[in-house]
Design a protein around this ligand. Structure first.
Ligand SMILES: Cc1cc2nc3c(=O)[nH]c(=O)nc-3n(C[C@H](O)[C@H](O)[C@H](O)COP(=O)(O)OP(=O)(O)OC[C@H]3O[C@@H](n4cnc5c(N)ncnc54)[C@H](O)[C@@H]3O)c2cc1C
Length: 468
């Protein structure tokens, strides 16, 4: 069987590996570089900027520990060179690249955009024409654009790579994961940042307490956070940058900065695919419509990753690629199913979640919550990073852990450990009795679990005698 995979991000690469493993003659079309947006324009390079922001913060802490250095100074062009170096390094050392090559997948790199001629034929901008029995669409997404006058004056996170210096001021429109990350990074770099969120709160998909704590921490660090700011009317050029005109309750207002970054959501990257020629339909959210086997409305075409508009995370794209390829080669037999999916963002402070927020959990379960603040955990006190908390949610009837929400140092790592407990179906008293290493950030989980167990009148053995 011949398989074509369009798009070489995490979903496409795993799909190609799986299809080849199952014996299919597999071609992988990368419009640009291998690794897709994830490796070249998303998590990997953005994380380099976030790491830099963290290094600057930590450098400022050195005096507190008796180490004398001068105030850190950022050389932005050198940082971008480092980001490029990391991107290249990740690409070279990607274990999936080695697998792709050893399995004999034909990679058409820098092939330009591929488009369907019919349900079994694709043609690339570079003139390559390929045919296959099954095709898997893994073309990811693009930053959503707004139909607002002057929108072309705004930037996306990708424009960070072409800046020559850190802008003096920046408006960030959109308080979701990407907007919060851009705002947090450039705030740390010394840019005067204003973060605009149309909804009632930033980080709308996070736990209410986590979102409120993040907004408070951002404000404390000097960022202006404007929630429920109103409706944007236009963007216009000024001598030094861009002005955003907006209105709220009939009152007009404006804000201006050297740069306006818009991060108001992610749309499927299907514009160039000519999906109509293949009979592939979009869902009402304008993502590729798929069933539980990741099959599209065209029988022989499957889709995986951001283009389907599901969780839109690398951790989701990878297993989705596996499922789509399995079903493409073997027929629709493997459903995507429900997965425990921890997620978080490396803002400062960092935040993370797994399972439902407290509000959602209360709507569907009878729950107990246990919150441990980071000013009472040994490791955070040692490191001088006492901001934050870990909130554990358990079901009162089954006593099982169902959610965990964290803000502060190593939030993502802590939520991952909670994810393992949830995936294993652990009860809070079972989690509370695991003697996690001391003093570590993740050990907060067993304290939260012990607290929840106490509320549920469960015995937690030695931990009942532990000093707080
Ligand atoms: C700023 C930012 C930070 C992020 N941080 C995180 C994070 O910390 N953790 C996390 O899990 N996720 C993060 N994400 C999300 C993550 O990057 C995506 O979920 C992931 O990349 C999706 O993988 P994918 O394979 O579906 O698509 P992509 O990685 O987008 O790859 C798709 C590829 O297909 C190409 N393509 C498009 N159209 C065509 C065509 N017609 N022909 C050929 N090729 C085509 C695209 O150019 C792209 O290279 C972040 C995203 C952004 C924007």
């Amino acid at each position: 069987m011949d398989i074509i995979v369009i798009g070489a991000g995490p979903a496409g690469v795993v799909a190609a590996v799986r299809a080849a493993e199952l014996g299919a003659r597999t071609s992988l079309i990368a419009s640009g570089e291998f690794g897709g947006m994830a490796d070249n324009d998303g998590p990997v390079p953005v994380r380099v900027l976030a790491h830099t922001a963290r290094l600057i913060r930590d450098a400022r802490q050195l005096g507190q520990y008796g180490v004398t250095v001068s105030e850190p100074v950022l050389d932005y062009p050198r940082l971008l060179a480092r980001a490029r170096e990391v991107v290249g390094d990740v690409r070279v050392h990607s274990s999936l690249r080695q697998q792709i090559d050893s399995l004999g997948v034909i990679v058409h790199q820098q092939a330009g955009q591929a488009r369907f001629l019919d349900a079994h034929t694709v043609e690339t901008k570079g003139g390559l024409r390929l045919q296959a029995e099954r095709i898997i669409i893994c073309t990811g997404g693009v930053s959503r654009r707004l139909p607002i006058p002057g929108f072309e004056l705004t930037s996306t996170h990708s424009d960070a790579w072409s800046l020559t210096c850190v802008p003096a001021s920046m408006l960030v429109v959109g308080g979701g994961a990407t907007g919060a990350q851009v705002a947090s990074i450039f705030n740390a770099f010394g840019t005067r940042v204003e973060l605009f969120e149309a909804g009632p709160r930033i980080l709308a998909t996070e736990d209410e307490d986590v979102a409120a704590a993040a907004a408070a921490a951002f404000r404390k660090s000097g960022m202006l956070v404007r929630e429920k700011f109103g409706t944007i009317e236009s963007f216009e050029k000024t001598p030094t940058g861009v002005r955003m005109n907006f209105s709220k309750d009939g009152r007009r207002d404006s804000a201006e900065a050297a740069l306006v970054v818009v991060a108001v959501g992610w749309a499927a990257d299907t514009a160039g695919l000519n999906l109509a020629a293949a009979g592939v339909e979009l869902n009402p959210r304008k993502f590729v419509k798929v069933d539980e086997y990741l099959r599209t409305s065209a029988t022989d075409i499957f889709a995986a990753g951001d283009v389907t508009g599901r969780l839109m995370l690398v951790s989701q794209a990878l297993p989705d690629g596996f499922v789509a390829a399995t079903n493409a080669v073997q027929g629709p037999t493997l459903p995507v199913g429900e997965r425990v999916s921890p997620a978080g963002s490396f803002t400062d402070p960092e935040y993370a979640q797994v399972g439902p927020t407290e509000e959602k959990a209360r709507a569907t379960h009878d729950i107990v919550t246990a919150t441990i603040n980071f000013d009472s955990t040994t490791r955070t006190v040692i490191d001088g990073n006492k901001f934050g908390f870990c909130k554990l949610i358990a079901d009162r009837k089954t006593c099982k852990v169902i959610g965990c929400h964290v803000i502060g140092e190593r939030a993502v790592d802590i939520a991952q450990v909670a994810a393992i407990a949830i995936a294993a179906g652990m009860r809070v008293d079972e989690l509370a009795q695991i003697p996690l290493a001391y003093p570590t950030h993740a050990a907060v989980l067993v304290r939260a679990a012990a607290n929840a167990a106490q509320q549920l009148d469960l015995k937690v053995g030695w931990r009942e005698h532990e000093a707080a």
